[in-house]
Design a binder for this molecule. Structure first.
Ligand SMILES: [Zn+2]
Length: 148
C-alpha cells in the first residue's frame, strides 16, 4: 500500500516537474545530493532543504530519472528539429529554383531593354534624316518661290 502511494506521488511529481527540477513546490531551490542509504548508496537525487525521500510534501527526485527525462525531451526536440530542418531544406530548394527562374527573367528583360535602346537610337537617326530632308525641301520651296 505504501509503495503504491509512493509511486503515485512520484509520478505526480514527475508530471509537474519534468527533467532536472529547479524549485520545490514550497518555493525553495532544490539542490543535488548523494544518497547514503543502504537501498540506494551513492545514487544522486534532487531535493529542497526540507525534503527527503520519505517526506512526500517536498520535492524529492532521483537524478538519474531526471536525466532520462531530459534525454527523452531532448530526443523529442531533436526529432522536431530534424523535421523542421527537412522542411527548411525543401523550402530552400524551392527558393533556389524560384531565384534561378527570376534570374532568367531578369536576363530576358535586360536583353529586351538593350534591343529597345538600339531601336530608339535607330529611330533618332531616322528622325534626323527626315528633319534634314524636310529642311532641304523647305529651302528648295523657298528658292523656287523667291526666284522667278
Ligand atoms: Zn520543499
Amino acid at each position: 500500500m505504501s509503495s503504491v502511494n509512493s509511486t503515485t506521488i512520484s509520478t505526480d511529481r514527475v508530471a509537474k516537474q519534468r527533467g532536472i527540477p529547479t524549485r520545490c513546490n514550497c518555493g525553495e531551490k532544490v539542490s543535488r545530493f548523494t544518497s547514503k542509504t543502504v537501498q540506494n548508496p551513492g545514487r544522486l537525487f534532487h531535493t529542497c532543504p526540507m525534503g527527503s525521500e520519505k517526506d512526500k510534501t517536498h520535492l524529492f527526485k532521483w537524478t538519474d530519472e531526471s536525466v532520462v527525462e531530459e534525454i527523452e525531451d531532448f530526443q523529442d526536440l531533436f526529432d522536431v528539429l530534424l523535421v523542421d530542418n527537412s522542411e527548411f531544406q525543401k523550402s530552400l530548394t524551392a527558393s533556389e529554383t524560384m531565384l534561378k527562374h527570376h534570374e532568367s527573367r531578369i536576363e530576358e528583360v535586360e536583353a529586351a531593354l538593350a534591343r529597345s535602346e538600339e531601336k530608339t537610337v535607330e529611330c533618332i537617326n531616322e528622325l534626323k534624316i527626315i528633319k534634314a530632308l524636310f529642311v532641304c525641301c523647305l529651302v528648295i520651296v523657298f528658292m523656287f518661290l523667291t526666284y522667278p
